[in-house]
Design a protein around this ligand. Structure first.
Ligand code: MN
Length: 197
């Protein structure tokens, strides 16, 4: 099966000024496409060729894992944003966050701090365990909490390619700005799906 880069659900400049059109163009059009193309090339003719990407992530290693996981991580990342952001942390997610982190403000702080503290490239995740409890996970490189049996809910990319054109070395500033473009309807749906798993 050949995977294709899905069309972005918004214009390349829709996330400005938080993420510039130039960054979206490179990060989605070049980096994300590159991971998908590499994955297609690497899985052709192997046991992974007809698997859903999640299945490849949880059963492969090396270059196949790296490219499949990065392909999935980036599609998940770009899907969670929209122009100007949408809604706020509410409903089920608000209850879950308050239970696990005390308050929405405390959660956002902890999440941005965790992303800032990752040494080198990686991702900071909000993920639900099998009991529905929420965790902030710091992952290096392509890693994704689903390899530890958790369900990803929200992801911020801390690879330099995600912010260097717009923020240079100011990763913390970039992570704090991302809150302005999160589509909380998408995040709430992901959390409800995780609770109903
Ligand atoms: Mn990236």
């Amino acid at each position: 099966m050949e995977y294709k880069l899905p069309e972005l659900p918004y214009a390349e400049n829709a996330l400005e000024p938080v993420i510039s059109a130039k960054t979206v163009s490179y990060h989605y059009g070049k980096h994300t496409k590159g991971y998908i193309d590499n994955m297609n090339r690497l899985i052709a003719g192997t046991e992974f060729s007809d698997m859903p990407v999640e299945g490849i992530i949880t059963s492969s290693d090396g270059a196949i894992f790296n490219n499949a996981s990065q392909a999935w991580n980036h599609m998940f990342y770009f899907e969670q944003f929209c122009k100007g952001g949408r809604g706020d942390i509410c409903c089920n997610l608000k209850r879950g966050i308050e239970e696990c982190f005390g308050s929405v403000i405390a959660f956002k702080d902890l999440f941005s701090q965790a992303g800032t503290a990752i040494f080198g490239s990686g991702w900071v995740w909000l993920a639900a365990d099998k009991a529905g409890k929420l965790h902030i996970a710091k992952c290096g490189n392509a890693d994704n909490p689903m390899i530890n049996g958790m369900t990803p809910i929200l992801a911020f990319d801390v690879w330099e390619h995600a912010y260097y054109l717009d923020y240079q070395n100011r990763r913390a500033e970039h992570l704090n700005a991302l809150w302005e473009i999160v589509d909380w309807d998408v995040i709430e749906k992901r959390y409800v799906n995780a609770l109903n798993k």
